[in-house]
Design a binder for this molecule. Structure first.
Ligand code: XAI
Ligand code: MG
Length: 555
């Protein structure tokens, strides 16, 4: 047992002494020691219920024959950190979460780990820790929020509130209507109710095979999640007995399949960043071009908010992620149904009883929204190392967009430009120096994309940035443009009025300026000094790599 390192032999008498002080009994020393990696925190609705949740996890571990030891990671609420300096900490928090979990797991030699994530950076941070430490692991997330409903019966999500701000500011909504949305959009604990980043990652974990069927869609308030916990605890003990580790489950094929699910559900663009980071931790070489290959062979089966009004709860009632995975498994050559998972069964065995119960929420290949996936990687002279778009949340009539650049050196300036009416139909808003190094921290930009959508301009204005988006962002919004401006990427060379062409079919993003002129501009480009000079963000900016490699830290 790994934990023998801290409990076996005469020289571990002091260690045992401390363990007894924590409540461990002599007879417990032969049982597996399980780290319960929790992420309870009061300020995130997706995590506020996790203190009680972890109590259930600990009971379940004891019932399954293990000894639980709970510890916590931090978390950032992206919605609350949105639109101000706080958002710079969001993506960097992912590495702190991975590092803190690694620290506790390796310092104490746990035999297995039960992870409890939920919101945006917590899930990928914990997944990174799981493949990095490679100790037998299972995941049960906190679960999605119930969908909101306005007093007039309209389905609501957090996206409705962000877009409501733009609608109110442009005179398309009254103050009373906005207040009604604000009060009703987030009715319970849980991760925000659409196919935003948290729910994208929590659904992806079902496909990765590290979480049980139901993990992505069973709402946080449902008692059935407790059964998920009890089942997961038993599986974890089996994984320890059979020595099945995260890297036995997460292989290159697994990463392919995770992206396939992303394509079928129109996941958040952030999943690209996170899944690449997980691949990196697992020492899997993963090229962005591979994602487009998967996109081309995977139909878009389920449109969820912000691409439609359906919530995660609707997906659950329609058969859940299992029904979508089953569809994908039964298509020729789309995923790898024989992969092993934490249940000890194959991916296909896990889902073979599932059924799509609503043919609009979960479609078949024949009735799919499109024969290609809901996410796309664009390449071109403006993004030699790629950019990402949630193409599934673009009006389906838009196949390409040509517009003139209106350039902002920060998100704040862009937001002012959108709110003041400076940004108009036909513009491509360029927001730069917001990448992993430039931001620093690659802030998520729901405020500007929602300001555009809320004004009804989402089919007439495009937005490109070296920053990133929320899963609730929609419209022709291209993020992760790499290399980023702070590294001298071509996005730094765009001038106001330059023509930019975006082709969603060819998957291209081009600046229609001659190479000669660009070369001239490049000569005059001056690398800006880092915006933040001390603390974690300064250290982060020094070590972080480009978005096309997951924005991981490298020495
Ligand atoms: C606040 C949101 C909607 O959760 C966002 O952070 C996302 O990435 O989806
Ligand atoms: Mg987010």
């Amino acid at each position: 047992m790994r934990s023998d390192m801290i409990k076996k032999g005469v020289d571990r008498a002091p260690h045992r002494s401390l363990l007894y002080a924590t409540g461990v009994k002599l007879k417990d020393l032969d049982k597996p020691f399980i780290g319960v990696c929790n992420s309870y925190i009061d300020i995130i609705p997706g995590h506020m219920h996790l203190r009680q949740f972890a109590d259930v996890v600990k009971d379940a571990i004891r019932a399954a024959g293990g000894i639980p030891f709970e510890f916590n990671t931090i978390g950032v609420d992206d919605g609350i950190a949105m639109g101000h300096i706080g958002m710079r900490y969001s993506l960097p928090s992912r590495e702190l979460i991975a590092d803190s979990a690694e620290t506790v797991i390796n310092a104490h030699w746990f035999d297995g780990v039960f992870y409890i994530p939920n919101c945006d950076k917590i899930t990928p941070g914990m997944l990174m820790a799981a493949v990095r430490t490679n100790v037998p692991s299972v995941f049960v997330s906190g679960g999605p929020m119930e969908a909101g409903v306005s007093s007039t019966g309209q389905p609501l999500s957090l996206a409705s509130v962000f877009e409501g701000v733009g609608a109110y500011q442009s005179g398309r909504m009254t103050q009373e209507e906005l207040l009604d949305i604000e009060k009703n959009a987030c009715p319970t604990c849980g991760s925000c109710s659409g196919m935003f980043t948290a729910n994208s990652m929590n659904s992806l974990m079902e496909m990765l095979g590290v979480a049980l069927p139901g993990n992505g869609t069973l709402v946080a308030t449902s008692k059935e999640r407790h059964q998920l916990i009890y089942d997961a605890a038993e599986h974890l003990i089996d994984l320890i007995k059979n020595d099945i580790k995260p890297r036995d489950i997460i292989t290159k094929e697994t990463i392919d399949d995770a992206f396939a699910l992303d394509m079928a559900m129109g996941g958040s663009t952030n999943t690209v960043l996170h899944t690449l980071a997980i691949a990196h931790e697992a020492e899997i070489d993963y090229d962005l071009n591979r994602i487009n290959e998967i996109a081309k062979r995977t139909p878009y089966l389920s449109k969820i908010s912000p691409a439609s009004n359906y919530s995660m709860q609707d997906v659950h009632n329609a058969g859940g992620v299992s029904a979508i995975i089953k569809e994908l498994c039964e298509m020729e050559g789309v995923v790898h149904p024989e992969r092993i998972t934490v249940t000890g069964k194959t991916l296909y065995e896990n889902v073979k009883e599932a059924q799509a119960l609503n043919s609009d929420v979960i479609r078949s290949k024949e009735t799919a929204h499109s024969q290609v996936g809901g996410l796309s990687i664009l390449f071109g002279n403006l993004a030699p190392d790629g950019g990402v778009i949630k193409v599934g949340a673009v009006d389906p009539n838009i196949k390409s967009f040509v517009g003139s650049a209106i350039v902002y050196e920060s998100q704040d300036d862009a937001l002012k430009g959108i709110e003041s009416g400076e940004v108009q139909a036909g513009h491509v808003v360029v927001i730069r120096y917001e990448g992993p190094k430039g931001g620093p921290g690659m802030p998520e930009m729901l405020a500007p994309t929602a300001a555009i959508a809320g004004r009804g301009l989402d089919t007439q204005v495009a937005l490109i940035t070296d920053g990133r988006f929320s899963g609730a962002s929609r419209g022709v919004s291209i993020g992760h443009v790499s290399p980023e401006a702070a590294e001298g990427g071509p996005i730094a060379l765009v001038h106001d009025g330059d023509l930019i062409t975006i082709n969603l079919v060819e998957r291209t993003l081009c600046l229609e300026v001659s190479e000669k002129i660009l070369e001239e501009r490049r000569k005059h480009w001056i690398k800006p000094s880092p915006k933040i000079q001390k603390g974690y963000l300064a250290r982060y900016a020094k070590l972080v790599t480009s978005a096309n490699t997951g924005g991981v830290l490298k020495i």
